[in-house]
Structures are given as structure tokens and as C-alpha cells.
Design a protein around this ligand. Structure first.
Ligand SMILES: *[C@@H]1O[C@H](CO)[C@@H](O)[C@H](O)[C@H]1NC(C)=O
Ligand SMILES: *[C@@H]1O[C@H](CO)[C@@H](O)[C@H](O)[C@H]1NC(C)=O
Ligand SMILES: *[C@@H]1O[C@H](CO)[C@@H](O)[C@H](O)[C@H]1NC(C)=O
Ligand SMILES: *[C@@H]1O[C@H](CO)[C@@H](O)[C@H](O)[C@H]1NC(C)=O
Ligand SMILES: *[C@@H]1O[C@H](CO)[C@@H](O)[C@H](O)[C@H]1NC(C)=O
Length: 429
């Protein structure tokens, strides 16, 4: 018997998949099969089955595919990462994956289910499977309508001690109560380092969620990266949040994309930066800080207290005065290395200032989203498709655990590519 089971495990994973499909009467998904045929399972491996690709004859994964795959994967414990984003997986498929997460000796560290069709029940089974012996470090559920109860279940999971370090719940129709649950969970000791709750459904003008998050921040939560995009955050909410930020000693990455922060909100944030804040990356793109906001931030960036390294102020209705003050901040700050400014009023003095920063090497093309060019003696800026990188510090955790320097170098290389976000983790695992 022992011999037989060894043979089972050594069998190519594609054969295992075909056998299970036959047994269960499931049609073989040729895209899945193709991927499995290329997969070596004798050492740690990851599977990328994301559905956002243009490939002839490609069929998105449905629950049946997940059933066959998860049964098969139970035999291959060297699986460390599974990307099934942008498919048609519903609650049923989520339940099959929960079984995989609960399996003993599983080494699965990252599960990406971004933009599937998982709802409350699916979130509930996933949350409960994570309260067992799961080894999962990263769970991405953004773009699944898990709603208030799904959010509450995941918050409950966070309260029980476990290993998760990254949780993405953007565009999940989370409501106020989920937000309160999540912020409360983060007040107790958890291992979570990165959380995304962008675009929750919040209808109240009172921005109570900002008050709850503000109260969570000073308690030494493990949170290092926080995504709060599309939350309708106003200057008042920013003021509340800043109270917590001033007392926080951990958060390094704050994403406030697509909110309603204007000059006063920028002023509150600049005060945070001046007070020895650990914030290194701030994303304020698509807000409305305008010239005064840009000037407040420039001043803060140059202050002794700030360790800011990367800033995005794209699409903020900033004109020459504000942008020149940011260029000046780059010249005076020892820490700031990346700045993103596209979508503001880039008049000629601004173009000249940024060309100067690029020529002198103060900025490299990878560290900004603009490139200068000249026509008839006039300088203009063109857009480069560079953005702030996500998962910056989540990768850091893994870098620290990396055995060799060469791996670290590979990792840094990839981090410079906008789309290389998860490759690094996989390389190291
Ligand atoms: C966790 O694993 C241990 C042994 O490795 C086992 O005794 C226990 O029942 C497992 N707990 C859960 C919730 O699966
Ligand atoms: C939580 O983690 C700590 C330290 O890792 C451990 O001592 C404690 O027993 C855990 N508690 C639960 C409920 O798992
Ligand atoms: C919990 O937090 C306290 C301080 O707030 C810290 O001393 C302790 O190490 C933390 N425990 C865990 C398991 O993170
Ligand atoms: C958090 O940690 C800092 C520095 O380690 C410490 O000064 C502060 O008292 C801690 N706060 C809480 C609420 O534990
Ligand atoms: C942009 O800022 C200018 C002032 O610098 C203001 O007059 C204008 O209304 C702003 N535009 C928008 C769309 O907010």
C-alpha cells in the first residue's frame, strides 16, 4: 500500500488531473491541462490560472474545474501559490478550495481569487478554513461581492490567531459593520501586515469608519500597508485618520487613491509626516489637493521627521506653483526617490524642472511617470506608464527570509516592473 501511494504522488500532475476528471465526469479544461503539463511538482511550485488573458479557445475556470483541480492538488503538497483570479468561481468553488487550505501539511502560501463570483457563503467557508492549520500568508478576494457578512466572517477569522499576512478585500461591497469588525480585529494581536478595503459601500457622511481606523492605528497593530482607495474620504475624515496616524509606529504604506482629500486634508497629512511618522509611501492620486496641498506636503517632505520615499499626486489639479515646490522637495529631501505627477497642469517651468531632475540623475525614468521631450526649443513632458507599486512591504517580509543575495537582487529587479508584483514572492518561496 505504501508503495502504491508513493507512485500516486510521483505521477505527473496532468495525469492525475485527467484521471480525476474522468472519475468525476468533468470535462477536461484544456487550458488547465496545458498548464499542468508544464508543471514540475518535485519541488515547490505555483500555478497561474488567472483568467484575464487572451488565448485562443481559452475557457475561464468554473466550479467544476476547481473541484477537479483541488482534488488533484491534495496529492501535491509542494504547491505554494495558486492564482485563479478573473475566473467564474462561485461559492461552490470556494468550498473546494477551503478543503485544500485545511489539508494537513499544506504549504500553500498565497491564494488569489481576485474578481470571481464568490459571495457571502464562499467568504464564510474560506474564513473558517483559515482558522485551522492553514499556512496561507496571502488571500486576495478583491472584486468578489462578499458583502457585510463575508467581511464580518473574515474579521472574526483575523481575531483568532493565525498566519495570514495579507488580505485584499477591495470592491467587495463591505459595509460599515465590516469596517468596524476589521478595525477591531486589527487592534488585537494579529499577524496581518497588508490590508485592502478600498471601495467599501459607505453611505454615511459622518465617516465613522475613519474614526474606527484612527483608533486602531495607535494600538501596535502589525499593519504595514493599508489601502483605503475610493472611500469618499473627505478632509474631515482625513483629520480623524491623521489623529491615529500621528500615534502609529508601524504603517509604511498608505493608499488614499480616488478620495476627496483637498488642501486641508493635505495639511493634516503633512503634519503627520513632520512628526516622525514611519510612512514611506503615500498614494494621493485622484484627489484634489491643488497648489496649497502640494506645498504643505513639499514642506513636510523636507522636514527632519519625514522618511517619505514615494509619493503619487497624479490628477490633483496642481499647477506650476505646487509642482515646482514638489520638484524643490526632491532636491532637499534625502529620502524621497519616487514621484508621480501626471494629470496635473504641466506647464513649461514644470517641464524644465523635471527635465533637470532627470538629467542630473536625481530622478531616474523608473522613479517617475514623466519623460521630457523638446519641440521647437520648448520642453514638454510625456506620460510613462509607471505607477506606485503595490505589495511593497509584503514582499519585504519575504526578502528578509530569503537565503541568498542573488535572490534579493532578482527580487528588486522585478519589483521595478509594475506587473511583477507577485513573481518575487514566488521566486523566493
Ligand atoms: C491541526 O493539526 C494538528 C496536528 O498537526 C491536529 O491535531 C489538529 O486537529 C489540526 N487542527 C485543525 C483545526 O485542523
Ligand atoms: C496566538 O499566537 C501566539 C504566539 O504565536 C500563541 O502563543 C497563542 O497560543 C496563539 N493563540 C491562538 C488562539 O492560536
Ligand atoms: C502583541 O503585542 C504586544 C505589544 O502590543 C507585543 O509585546 C507582543 O509580542 C505581541 N504578540 C504577538 C503574538 O504578536
Ligand atoms: C507601541 O509601541 C511604541 C514603540 O515601540 C510604544 O512607545 C507605545 O507605547 C506602544 N503603544 C501601545 C498602545 O502599546
Ligand atoms: C483647479 O484649480 C483652480 C485653482 O488653481 C480652480 O480655479 C479650478 O476650479 C480647479 N478645477 C477643478 C476641476 O477643481
Amino acid at each position: 500500500m505504501a508503495f502504491l501511494s508513493t507512485v500516486m504522488v510521483a505521477e505527473p500532475i496532468s495525469e492525475c488531473y485527467k484521471a480525476i476528471c474522468e472519475n468525476e465526469g468533468i470535462t477536461i479544461n484544456s487550458f488547465v491541462l496545458e498548464n499542468l503539463e508544464k508543471t514540475t511538482t518535485t519541488r515547490n511550485f505555483t500555478l497561474n490560472l488567472a483568467g484575464n488573458r487572451k488565448q485562443k479557445g481559452f475557457q475561464r475556470l468554473a466550479d467544476n474545474d476547481v473541484l477537479a483541480l483541488s482534488k488533484c492538488l491534495l496529492n501535491y503538497r509542494t504547491l505554494t501559490g495558486l492564482d485563479m483570479g478573473y475566473n467564474n468561481i462561485s461559492d461552490e468553488g470556494a468550498a473546494y478550495l477551503a478543503k485544500l487550505l485545511e489539508a494537513q501539511d499544506t504549504m500553500l502560501r498565497s491564494l488569489d481569487l481576485t474578481f470571481n463570483n464568490i459571495q457571502t457563503n464562499g467568504a464564510e467557508v474560506l474564513a473558517s478554513s483559515l482558522q485551522g492549520n492553514s499556512s496561507l500568508l496571502s488571500l486576495r478576494l478583491s472584486g468578489n461581492k462578499i458583502g457585510r457578512h463575508g467581511g464580518l466572517n473574515l474579521a472574526g477569522m483575523l481575531r483568532v490567531n493565525m498566519t495570514l499576512q495579507e488580505l485584499e478585500l477591495g470592491e467587495c461591497d463591505l459595509e460599515m459593520q465590516s469596517m468596524i469588525g476589521l478595525s477591531t480585529a486589527l487592534k488585537t494581536n494579529t499577524t496581518l501586515r497588508s490590508m485592502d478595503v478600498s471601495r467599501a459601500l459607505l453611505f454615511s457622511y459622518l465617516e465613522e469608519w475613519a474614526v474606527h481606523f484612527s483608533k486602531m492605528l495607535p494600538v501596535n497593530s502589525s499593519l504595514v500597508e493599508l489601502h483605503l482607495g475610493k472611500m469618499g474620504l473627505t478632509d474631515t475624515g482625513m483629520e480623524r485618520l491623521s489623529e491615529g496616524l500621528k500615534l502609529n509606529h508601524r504603517l509604511r504604506y498608505l493608499d488614499l487613491r480616488c478620495n476627496r482629500v483637498s488642501r486641508d486634508g493635505a495639511l493634516h497629512l503633512s503634519r503627520v509626516l513632520k512628526e516622525n511618522s514611519p510612512l514611506e509611501v503615500i498614494d494621493l492620486s485622484s484627489n484634489r489637493i491643488e497648489d496649497p496641498g502640494a506645498e504643505y506636503l513639499s514642506e513636510a517632505i523636507c522636514s527632519k521627521g519625514s522618511v517619505l520615499r514615494e509619493l503619487s499626486v497624479c490628477r490633483n489639479n496642481i499647477s506650476t506653483r505646487g509642482l515646482l515646490s514638489l520638484a524643490g522637495a526632491l532636491n532637499n529631501s534625502p529620502t524621497l526617490t519616487h514621484i508621480y505627477i501626471w494629470g496635473n497642469h504641466l506647464e513649461e517651468p514644470v517641464c524644465q524642472a523635471f527635465r533637470e531632475l532627470l538629467i542630473t540623475g536625481r530622478l531616474t525614468p523608473e522613479q517617475s511617470d514623466v519623460r521630457p521631450y523638446e519641440v521647437d526649443g520648448h520642453v514638454f513632458l510625456a506620460e510613462l506608464s509607471h505607477h506606485l507599486r503595490k505589495h511593497l512591504f509584503f514582499l519585504d517580509v519575504n526578502e528578509k527570509n530569503a537565503a541568498s543575495n542573488s535572490q534579493k537582487l532578482k527580487c528588486l529587479d522585478l519589483r521595478n516592473q509594475v506587473w511583477g508584483k507577485f513573481l518575487c514572492l514566488f521566486l523566493i518561496c
